[in-house]
Design a protein. Structure first.
Lengths: 686, 104
């Protein structure tokens, strides 16, 4: 690990989407006019697919290496060299970033292809693909950057791209507001993350190794053990807590999750890209990447696990009452991200990354499926106006169902493999509370997902006649993508089978070198190791899944139990709370947005009245001064000048009389003067 | 100096010539007449120079000054005559009373 193998392929994987973005942004408008949207599709999808092919080739090359040598470095150029800070633009391919790269380019590529169908009628087709490509590029920089600062560049890049894509249909105010919200909420997290980076750099500098290069941090992190930090915490706890605060922004955890449900304002492929392949996974990736630091801070780990567990349950309950097909999925994403954080929080890093991957499969499938439904319904997103779509859209229905089974954790679908593992690991590592939260969350997940399936695809069609007439299966570009993702949702989890069934876990073994540091090994290996207990807990989890399904089935398919009975319980108060997302947005509005706007108004008032008043006063004083100066000039200065000229004129007028022009007169004058002089002389001498 | 011509005689002559010149300058209306008066005055001064040079201690100072005066008189006459000529061209007369247009 000290001597990473040098490669050059990583730069092409990263650069290809950037090239695509550049072409689309600079020449996209022209290409679209001259060659049609086909050219844009070719460029936009081509670069990502090409990047995926390169990534797969690299993956197989990596598999051929010995596990301890699977650290590849593509060093491009010296980036920053100031004092002790030496950073390279270098891309770092290890098993973890390899998995992420495959997800980003693979799932991302599928979403690109899907977009060619979904966005086909949009005028700004080229702009859409430009941003999608740039998004992919930023995410690749995030996962492949060999130092935290380069990672932060990607971190900010995905924030920018999400802002642009959520507000893609910028002519509607709600969309741009949602884009702003995503950007601003993320900014809060980024702020914490930057402080964490500075503190970490400073702390490493204090032990003589100032660096932000990830692999070097891993090497020197043990030196930080026991170093005091701030606010009564150790340095490592302080840094990791702030990093986790950054992750809550990017990965939509309590308390910064509020932007993600609003991000639904963007086109559906964007939602899929943000929720499945990129952006929200950044936080999980960061924690997994810096596992050696987090493992050194048990306090932070507990915070991560508890926040993850709370988010998983909280978001799931909100998902129950939503009627917007995409809102349900949005809250399910928040909830599933909670599972991932719970996993990395209890020390099951591999399980967290595993769930990240399977989630990418089934969530992309769910989002693109919902996009297919919305496409067919002519833009309608309200599930209360859908129903019985399974007859008209069989491909969408089957793939959606497969993904639903996956997210519900039904064996042997992908979600079962990862989620069951997380729930078990939470218990095995002694986090009983987190385990309970996750278990209840799992049941609710099944409930709201099947509620969605039944409302959308079963029962009677409840939309307008026109919509019913318009219903159709989506074009091949969308349908094939759904089939691929549906298939992945089914079999994608087979790379790690629960231990109590069989000892087959190539995924975990592949990632093992990444989680090789001492503290991480200690954290991962702690806890209970009992196959029979694990099997028993798996059964408990499965029972909860079945209970959730039964509830949904009774209420929304058989309709033997009226959901109204529950929504009206406690006078409907609880339902109102859930429906309105516990009024968290209103709380933020009241606690943050309104005070902020009020302070803005106060500052504006100060600006308009006091600052401007001072400026206006200064201007008035200047005018007054100028007026006085004018008076002085007109009367005193000019007066003196005029007086001088008047005196001169007067004296001249008097003296001119002496000049008679008579030469004789002058001569007499001279004679007289001479005589007077002589006379005076004579008298003086006398 | 007993009985012969002495310094005082020269000074007396000079005084007479100076007075004649002065009267001429003051009374003449003809511009050329005035110039001639000026010549007389200058020459009376020359007589004084030479007389003092001859009877005084200084050796040639008087003669040198006399030559300067002659030279100045010539230059003065040239300019004076040129002025007179110009006056004549403007006024068709050389009567100095006619040139009182310069009066203030």
């Amino acid at each position: 690990m000290d001597h990473p193998v040098s490669i050059t392929v990583a730069r092409y994987i990263v650069l290809l989407p950037l090239i695509g973005a550049t072409i689309n942004f600079l020449a996209g408008s022209w290409l679209q006019k001259t060659f049609g949207k086909r050219a844009i599709s070719f460029v936009g999808c081509g670069v990502v697919v090409l990047a995926f092919i390169l990534a797969v080739r690299t993956f197989f090359a990596m598999l051929a290496m010995a596990p301890e040598n699977r650290f590849l470095l593509d060093d491009l150029w010296r980036w920053i060299d100031v004092g002790g800070l030496n950073l390279e633009v270098a891309f770092w391919l290890d098993p973890l970033s390899m998995v992420m790269t495959l997800i980003i380019t693979g799932i991302g590529g599928l979403i690109h292809i899907y977009s060619t169908g979904y966005m086909h009628d949009d005028e700004s087709y080229w702009r859409f693909f430009g941003w999608l490509n740039l998004f992919t590029f930023a995410m690749l920089v995030l996962v492949l950057g060999d130092n935290l600062w380069l990672m932060f560049v990607g971190w900010e890049g995905v924030g920018l791209c999400s802002f642009a894509l959520i507000g893609f249909w910028y002519k509607v105010l709600a969309n741009t507001t949602a884009g702003n919200k995503a950007f601003i909420v993320n900014r809060v997290g980024d702020w914490a993350f930057v402080i964490a980076l500075y503190s970490l750099f400073m702390a490493l500098g204090n032990v003589g190794h100032p660096t932000l290069v990830t692999r070097e941090i891993a090497k020197y992190a043990p030196l930080l053990a026991g170093m005091p930090g701030y606010l009564g915490m150790t340095m490592v706890t302080f840094v990791t807590l702030l990093m986790f605060a950054g992750a809550t922004g990017k990965s939509a955890q309590i308390p910064l999750y509020v932007w993600l449900p609003d991000a639904m304002a963007g086109p559906t492929p964007v939602s899929a890209l943000i929720h499945a392949a990129t952006m929200v996974t950044a936080g999980i990736y960061m924690v997994a990447r810096l596992n050696f630091l987090f493992s050194m801070a048990p306090a932070t780990m507990t915070v991560v696990a508890v926040v993850g567990g709370l988010t998983a349950l909280f978001a799931a309950t909100v998902g129950i009452a939503q009627n917007d097909i995409k809102k349900v999925l949005a809250y399910s994403t928040v909830s599933q991200l909670g599972y991932m954080f719970a996993a990395v929080g209890v020390g099951a890093y591999a399980a967290g990354v595993f769930h990240l991957m399977t989630h990418a499969f089934f969530k992309a499938c769910l989002f693109l499926g919902s996009g297919s439904v919305i496409h067919a319904m002519g833009g309608e997103q309200d599930m209360r106006k859908m129903g019985a779509l399974r007859h008209k859209m069989p491909i969408t229905f089957i793939t959606f169902l497969a993904a639903t089974l996956a997210i519900s954790g039904v064996p042997p679908f992908a979600g079962f493999m990862s989620k069951d593992e997380i729930i078990w690991q939470a218990f095995a590592h002694g986090h009983t509370v987190v385990w309970a939260l996750l278990l209840i969350g799992a049941a609710i997940t099944v409930f709201y997902m099947f509620r969605q399936v039944y409302m959308t695809f079963f029962g009677e069609f409840r939309g307008t006649h026109e919509q019913e007439h318009h219903l159709h299966e989506s074009p091949p570009s969308m349908a094939y993508v759904l089939i691929v993702l549906g298939a992945l949702s089914v079999v994608g989890g087979l790379v790690k089978i629960p231990d109590f069934i069989a000892t087959y876990k190539p995924f975990e073994e592949f990632l093992e070198p990444v989680f090789a540091s001492g503290p991480t090994r200690a954290v991962m290996e702690a806890g209970i190791h009992s196959h029979s207990l694990e099997a028993a807990f798996g059964f408990v989890t499965f029972t909860m899944v079945v209970l959730g399904w039964l509830a949904a089935d009774f209420m929304y398919r058989q309709q033997t139990v009226d959901p109204e009975r529950f929504s009206q319980a406690f006078g409907g108060v609880v339902y109102e709370w859930v429906l309105n997302k516990y009024y968290v947005d209103e709380l933020y509005d009241f606690a943050v947005v309104r005070p902020y706007q009020a302070s803005c108004r106060a500052l504006a008032w100060i600006d308009a009245n006091i600052i401007d008043g001072i400026v206006n006063l200064a201007a008035a004083l200047t005018v007054l001064g100028a007026w006085l100066s004018g008076l002085f000039d007109a009367y005193i200065v000019d007066g003196l000048v005029n007086a001088a000229s008047l005196v001169t004129l007067d004296v001249g007028g008097r003296l001119r009389r002496l000049q008679t022009g008579s030469i004789n007169g002058y001569l007499y004058g001279i004679l007289a003067a001479v005589m007077v002089i002589l006379l005076v002389r004579a008298m003086l001498h006398a | 100096m007993g009985g012969g011509i002495g310094l005082n005689h020269f000074l007396l002559l000079s005084l007479i010539i100076f007075s004649l010149g002065m009267v001429c300058v003051l009374t003449r209306r003809n511009a050329i007449g005035i110039l001639m008066g000026v010549e007389l005055i200058l020459n009376s001064a020359n007589i004084n120079y030479l007389a003092f040079a001859h009877y005084g201690g200084a050796k040639y100072d008087g003669q040198v000054f006399a030559i300067f005066v002659i030279m100045l008189a010539a230059a003065e006459a040239v300019i004076g005559l040129a002025v007179v000529l110009a006056i004549y061209q403007n006024f068709k007369t050389i009567d100095v009373d006619a040139t009182e247009t310069l009066s203030g």
